[in-house]
Write a protein that binds this ligand. Structure first.
Ligand code: S3P
Length: 190
């Protein structure tokens, strides 16, 4: 009996760096990982990269060196990846829009930035351990922080995807659809 040939999953390439931004709990890291697995592209989580480089969790960087130091490291790391021609999908920490310089980097036409929109109440339900998020103290202040950052997320992003009521899979499909439509995520030929 002839063996049926299995169709192999298509492989994609990114022709720009893609940054996922949005408030804590928007699902940026999970969505980046999902897209990477499905499309065979590389992904990176900016906070995880910083944690490895500094040899300590983000909460400890905040505790020992303060938020300002963390923001400096965050900007340097963002700049490094934005300058790279590796073309990967990068999930950013929720406070990436706190610095004007970061917004400029994200808006650079060399990069494509996707805002995964969420609200603080939805985020609180998604975050399993808020002790890992030094700036998610209580719901009331998270609501205020989320609202005050919203214009900056919108400003930095090329597109916004509302994640309310959607799981990681559904959001990743919307991002993939958008990236294909923009010609940023292209199926490899041959
Ligand atoms: C922060 C969000 C965190 C992390 C740090 C600060 C913020 O990342 O970068 O705790 O200011 O919103 P996540 O958005 O991945 O939780």
């Amino acid at each position: 009996m002839a063996l049926m040939e299995r169709e192999s999953a298509p492989i994609y390439d990114l022709n720009q760096n893609v940054f996922l931004i949005g408030f804590m709990g928007a699902g940026k890291s999970s969505v980046a990982r999902k897209i990477a697995r499905e499309c065979h592209v590389a992904s990176l989580d900016l906070d995880t990269f910083i944690e490895r480089r500094c040899g300590m969790p983000i909460s400890e960087i905040f505790e020992k060196h303060g938020e300002e130091k963390f923001r400096e490291i965050e900007t340097l790391t963002l700049q490094t990846f934005a300058d790279s021609d590796e073309h990967i999908i990068i999930s950013c920490g929720g406070g990436i829009v706190c610095r004007e310089r970061n917004i400029e980097i994200l808006k650079n036409t060399k990069n494509y930035t996707v805002h995964l929109k969420t609200d603080a109440d939805t985020a609180a339900r998604r975050i399993s351990d808020i002790s890992t998020r030094p700036l998610f103290n209580d719901l009331e202040s998270a609501r205020a922080r989320c609202l005050s950052r919203m214009p900056a997320y919108e400003d930095a992003a090329d597109v916004t995807i509302d994640t309310k009521g959607l799981g990681v899979y559904a959001v990743s499909q919307q991002v993939i659809y958008q990236l294909k439509g923009e010609g940023i995520l292209c199926q490899r030929r041959g």
